[in-house]
Design a protein. Structure first.
Ligand code: NOJ
Length: 500
C-alpha cells in the first residue's frame, strides 16, 4: 500500500498510473482516511460517525457506473467496415465544431477498451453504459449486417463481464447511419423508426445472452431540437416547428418499435427503457402548491416524448394549433409499449416553477443573469434537480424503476504544478447532486443505479475537445489517461456507498 508521501510523489511526477491508482487505499491517498485512533479524532466524533453514515448511505446493492457513447470515445471510424454516420459528415463540415476537431480518433476506445475497463475497475464501478454505433453494425443503416462491426461490442462485453462489470447498452446515441439521412431524410421519415427497430432486434438477439439492460434512444429532447431545430448538432437541419414535432413523433415511434422488437428477439428477462434528459421542472420554493405546479409543468413540457411514452397519448395542449404531429392510434399504442425502467440524464434545472392561478396552473421563473454556471455556460448547477426529476417521474407516471443514466460536469481541468488535476469544482458539483440523489432514495424514490458522465474525457459534440467531462483526463496527443482528483472522490463514494 502506498504511503501518503509516496502518493504525493507519484502525483508530483505524474506517474499516477492505473495500477497504482487501483492499489491506493483511499485511506492513505489524498487524506481520505477513515477514522482511526491515530487520526486524532475524539471519542465522541468517532462514536457519532457510524450513525451519520447509516442515515446517509444509498440502498444496498445500489449500482454505481460510468457512461460514454460510441462517437464520443471510439474513434476508428473507418475500421472493420463501419459506415459513415451523420456525425462524421457533420463534424467534417467546416464551421460546425468549435475547435475544428472530429470524432475520427476521439479517445481511441476502440483500440484501448481493455485499458479502459481497468480504469472502471479501479474506480470500483460495477456497471458501464456504452452505446453501439449503428453504422458499425449496419453500414447502410438497413440490409446486410456487418458482423465485424458487432464483434467489437462482443469483445467489449466479454471484457466487462470478465472484470465483474455489467454492460448497459444504448442503441442510439445520435450516430445515425448517413445512408439513412440520404435515403429517407433520417428521422423526418418513419422509415427510420422501422430501420431502428430492425437494427435493435438484430443487436438484442446477439448480445442479450450477456447484456441484460438496453436503452433505446439517448436524449431525444436534445438531438431533435439541436440537430433538427437549430442546426447545432448533426444533421444540422433547421426545420419549422410542425416538422420538428413530426421528427419527435418518429423518434418516439422508433423507441416504441424498438421496445417491441427487443422483446421479440432478446432472451427472456432482458430489460429495456429510454435514456432521456427530461425537461426538469423544480419547485422554486418547496411548498405543496409549487410541488404540484412543478409536476404539472413536468407533464406539459415533456409532452412530445416522455409524456406520450408513459401515458399513451399527447396532452391536448400539445395537439392544439397548427404544429401538431400527424399520427395514428396504433402509433400511440406502439409508443407506449410497457417499459422495465426509465433512464434519466440529469444535469441542470431547466425551470424553477411557481404555482399560479392561470390556465396552465404555473409560471416559470426567469433565470437571473447572476445565476452561476459550471465551465459550460449551459450547465447551471442546481443539485436539487437530482432529487426532483426522479421523484416527479416516479410520482407523475407511477414509474417503479429508474436509473440515472448520466450526470456530471465539464471543468477547466488544468493540471497543477505537481501534474494533478485538482478538479474540486467537479467534486463540488457531484457531491451536491449525489446528496440529493441520496435524499431521493432514502425517501423511497425507486432509483437503482447511477452512471457518471463520463468515464474519461471525450469528443463533446459541437464543443469538440474544449469541454472535458471525464473522471480520467485524456491527453488527446498521446491518449494517455490519468485520474483527476474527482476519480478519487467517486471511488471513495462507491466504497462507502455514501457521498464522500
Ligand atoms: C448528454 C449527452 O448524452 C452526452 O452525449 C453529452 O456528452 C453530455 N450530455 C454532456 O453534454
Amino acid at each position: 500500500m502506498a504511503t501518503r508521501l509516496q502518493t504525493r510523489e507519484m502525483m508530483a511526477s505524474n506517474q499516477f498510473s492505473r495500477r497504482q491508482f487501483a492499489g491506493l487505499a483511499a485511506a492513505s491517498a489524498l487524506g481520505l482516511s477513515a477514522p482511526s485512533a491515530a487520526s486524532g479524532q475524539t471519542d465522541r466524533s468517532r462514536k457519532s460517525e457510524p450513525k451519520r453514515r447509516a442515515r446517509s448511505t444509498f440502498p444496498k446493492g445500489f449500482l454505481w457506473g460510468t457512461a460514454t457513447s460510441s462517437y464520443q470515445v471510439e474513434g476508428a471510424v473507418n475500421e472493420d467496415g463501419r459506415g459513415p454516420s451523420i456525425w462524421d459528415r457533420f463534424a467534417h463540415t467546416p464551421g460546425t465544431i468549435s475547435d475544428r476537431s472530429t470524432g475520427d480518433t476521439a479517445s481511441d476506445h476502440f483500440h484501448r477498451y481493455k485499458e479502459d475497463v481497468q480504469l472502471m475497475k479501479a474506480l470500483g464501478t460495477k456497471a458501464y453504459r456504452f452505446s453501439i454505433a449503428w453504422p458499425r453494425v449496419f453500414p447502410e443503416g438497413t440490409g446486410s449486417p456487418n458482423p465485424k462491426g458487432l464483434d467489437f461490442y462482443n469483445r467489449l462485453v466479454d471484457e466487462l463481464l470478465a472484470n465483474g462489470i455489467a454492460p448497459f447498452a444504448t442503441l442510439y446515441h445520435w450516430d445515425l447511419p448517413q445512408a439513412l439521412q440520404d435515403r429517407f431524410g433520417g428521422w423526418t421519415s418513419r422509415d427510420t423508426s422501422k430501420a431502428f427497430a430492425d437494427y435493435s432486434a438484430y443487436v438484442a438477439a446477439r448480445l442479450s445472452d450477456r447484456v441484460k439492460h438496453f436503452f433505446t434512444i439517448n436524449e431525444c429532447s436534445r438531438f431533435v431540437h439541436l440537430g433538427h431545430g437549430i442546426g447545432a448538432d448533426a444533421p444540422g437541419l433547421k426545420l419549422p416547428q410542425a416538422e420538428l414535432n413530426q421528427v419527435r413523433h418518429h423518434v418516439a415511434l422508433g423507441h416504441g418499435m424498438a421496445v417491441r422488437a427487443i422483446r421479440a428477439s432478446a432472451r427472456a428477462g432482458t430489460k429495456v427503457g429510454p435514456a432521456e434528459n427530461a425537461v426538469s421542472c423544480i419547485p422554486a420554493i418547496e411548498t405543496p402548491a409549487n410541488i404540484r405546479a412543478a409536476e404539472m409543468a413536468m407533464r406539459e413540457l415533456n409532452a412530445g416524448y416522455l409524456t406520450v411514452i408513459l401515458e399513451g397519448k399527447y396532452p391536448d395542449t400539445y395537439l392544439a394549433g397548427k404544429d401538431a404531429p400527424k399520427f395514428t392510434a396504433e402509433d400511440l399504442r406502439i409508443i407506449s409499449s410497457p417499459l422495465d425502467f426509465v433512464g434519466l440524464n440529469v444535469y441542470t434545472p431547466d425551470h424553477y416553477v411557481i404555482a399560479a392561478e392561470n390556465e396552465r396552473g404555473f409560471t416559470l421563473a426567469p433565470f437571473p443573469a447572476s445565476f452561476p454556471h459550471m465551465k459550460a455556460t449551459w450547465l447551471r448547477p442546481g443539485p436539487e434537480t437530482m432529487y426532483w426529476v426522479p421523484r416527479h417521474v416516479a410520482k407523475v407516471w407511477n414509474v417503479k424503476s429508474i436509473y440515472i443514466t448520466e450526470n456530471g460536469t465539464s471543468g477547466s481541468d488544468q493540471p497543477a504544478a505537481d501534474g494533478t488535476i485538482y478538479d474540486v469544482d467537479r467534486i463540488m458539483y457531484l457531491r451536491n447532486y449525489l446528496a440529493q440523489l441520496q435524499r431521493a432514495t432514502s425517501e423511497g424514490v425507486p432509483v437503482s443505479g447511477y452512471f457518471l458522465w463520463s468515464l474519461m474525457d471525450n469528443f463533446e459534440w459541437g464543443d469538440g475537445f474544449e469541454q472535458r467531462f471525464g473522471l480520467y483526463h485524456v491527453d488527446f496527443e498521446t491518449q494517455r489517461r490519468s485520474p483527476k482528483l474527482s476519480a478519487s472522490f467517486y471511488r471513495e463514494t462507491i466504497a462507502r456507498n455514501a457521498v464522500a
